[in-house]
Write a protein of this length. Sequence first.
Lengths: 416, 347, 175
Amino acid sequence: MASNISSGSVPHLPGMEVTELSKNTYEVYIGPAHPGSGHMRIIVEVDGDVMVRVDPDIGFVHRTMEKLAEGRDWIKNIPLFERMAILDACNITLPYVEAVERLLGTEPPDRARYLRTLLCEINRIASHLYGMGIFGVFLGHSTLYMWAFGDREVFIDLAEQMTGARLTHSYPVFGGVRRDIPDDFPENARKATKYMRNRLNEYAKIFLNNPNIRSRLENVGIMSKNLATELGIVGPNLRASGVRYDVRLNEPYEAYGDVEFEIPVFEEGDSLARAWARVEEIRQSLNIIEQAVDWLEKHPRENFMHEKFWKTAPKLYKDVFSGQIDYAGKYRVKLMPLFASLKVPPGKAFARVEAGRGEMVYYVESDGEDVPYRVRVVSPSFRNVIAFKYLMPGHRLMDLPAIYGSFDYFPPEWDR
Amino acid sequence: MNVWYLIYRVIIDDIIFYPPIYQFLIIPGLIAALIVALIIIWFERKAAAFVQMRYGPREIAPKIGGAIQLVADLTRYALQEIIIPETVDVLPYLLSPIIMIILALLPLEAVPITSIRTYYPIPPDYSLLIAVALSTLSPLFIIIMSWASNNKFAVVGGVRESFIITAYELIAVLGFLSVAAMTQSFNLVQIVNLQMSGKWFGLLNPIALLVVFIAVLMSTSGFPFEIPDSESELVAGPYTEYTGLLYGLNMGGAYIKRWVFSILITIVFLGGWAPYRPTPGIITGYFIPSLIISIKALIVMAIMSFLRSVYGRYRVDQALGIAWEILIPLTLVAFGLGLAEAYFGII
Amino acid sequence: MVGGEKKLISIQDSLKNVLKDNIISIEQAKGYIDVLVPTDKLVDSAKKLKEFGFDHVKSVTAVDYIAKKQFKITYHISSYLNEELSKYIIGLSTIINRDDPHLPSLSKIWVSAEFQEREVYEFFGIIFDDHPDLRLLLLTPVVAALKPLRKDFVVKEESDNIEVDYAAYNATKWW
């Protein structure tokens, strides 16, 4: 499709980029209004069927969270940051809570640490299933898409029982968590883990070991260990390239130091390894959930909030906690009043956790006011997006969904 | 003998059951194809839904399991505004979907669906060759469509379509002709008559059947083998610029192509109207055999559409690799097998 | 956490050994070690740190100190391949002038900084010299011209009327 406009006659207009294409190539715009892109655009220069230059153009759902955070109370930022990836809400807000806790000098009690770990793992499974479902439909495999989204519902229900909300839980707050689990939760959690273990085998049968899917994924988008390190890739994608790095392992936070789990590491670094890494991580997460639930059963009715905040709690809150009033009753339990007027001592803090898609990083700076001075958010997808630019060239256009999907993209998260 | 009876005879004999019209428009032509599309699309959705732990269509007519969902879809397509972009080449853009549909149905004109001489649409001596040759015409218009759309995605899709068609139509043609090698005849009536004893050529030469089955699956590009219009990178491939009824025609075109090939597979490999022996008379000699063929072809299509819940999409170079490196040698093996069986007189 | 303290001190020592007189100050912040270097020694320090084993950038953080008329840019770096170093996060920071914000790009040393530097460029108007591909990443040109993360850009209470100079915007409208 030759354009009539020669590059000399193009006036320079704001927002317009003129890039000259080499001969015999043309540009394809994958997105933003495209069934296979999500809220982003990938500008691909194609020579025949082979991609020559790939330019991820992101920012279509950008909300400037970092700026909005500077105008909000410390506690109100938690529901704000959650909006980056509502399906991974606990993991996404946890480093912010941790960073602020570091500034405040409060440590959450043991029960809160286990509750956070539990919800993080539930979120991780839900997030991986979401990613795998999208990946399946990218390859034209509608069954995996439906299965993954259907099974994700199990874990969303678990999260709902635990926190009262399906997606935006706002569960971890400074000094602890928002509420405790109901009494029948451990039983339900065990049922869910048992169910999911069986399902994972079926996923392997219909998707990962399907010869058709394997031929699409094997040796596609190979990212060597060194390249992955250079590009600063995070999460399961990094571990699929043979790098043994997981924040849960390298700098254990919450209860991860006390539970037993393995970090699945794959050497191949191709799209198939990235898909397998997710499946194996789900398996490990199921183990962690069971251990956390066991621990919580052995230590019932312990405090789940730091004393400093707990002593300002309203009576209703304490009644619910002591079991006199049921959960999900007709009462509206408000947060501790101390949170509303919270002022954080000046300082700089940095925190990282392993979110579903990878390492989530917050830098929080306070100047002693009731709002943050600066919050810097780097989400895992934002660090992964650079891989498209360096990994895709040289592959065929039809490999684009195979690579793009294998990275478990999530535009609202990288746009922030 | 009154006038009304005469008119009735004219309508029945010379219009409805006049073979070219009957086969092109009624069974197994347009109307049967529409009914089949209704059933197959419903089956495809329900079967996929069963595998995928969901209900499938049930909002429209919940009592019959949403069976007329397609009618609702077609109504929507028909009432939708047809947007013609300024940049397209209007005449080929508008005409090619229509011509494609007509050409896709055209092979049915060459296929005899009964052994009674009066109901042959054309003399059946070379009918297999003619049917197979006519079936290769309609993909040309997909390529014209993609070029007339003047859209990058459409052009990429058109290029892929031409690659896929070249490879897989060749396989389909060779696969069908391996039966001609077995029978030393292009006459479809004779081919069916040879299968009357129960020795279907699909059983005698399963390799040819398998090869043709795969070739049809790929060349008619139904989900998830729709490499030319795979939506995750090409939006809708050659059909990107089409809206409303024209888009519906394109989608229908793929089904009709698949339907026509299913009929051919039925006749050539699955015994046609066997085990039924047509006797003179419109109902017993023409209508019943055409129904038998349609039902067999329906089963073939149902198997094809069930595969959507198992497989994903191949990459275009992999699909071509499978065609040229695996399937073409396999087709030649099937051809050889057919010759050998003919030589040793197994048929 | 006596052992931890000891290790932190030793990593601080080894940083001092690596960077020598490049360091203006080194400080244990909460969760990372803040190393302040002068702007003209930034590239040199980055090279040395990379040789030491810090192989990727986690975050390129700019903070606007409007009262002091300064920007502080911090490269939060860590290691993937070296398990010992991966436990620490180093903030390689430098302070630049707010009126004419320039600093050398580190994208050639750490490729992982490329997109993050682009982000800082559009949100603060800080120019990274020698950046291979310094274009806008997330914002449209109209919004990026406002440099939204600088402290003098004020968000009006949760409304969507960000103050855009519509006259100037319409003048450059091309459609």
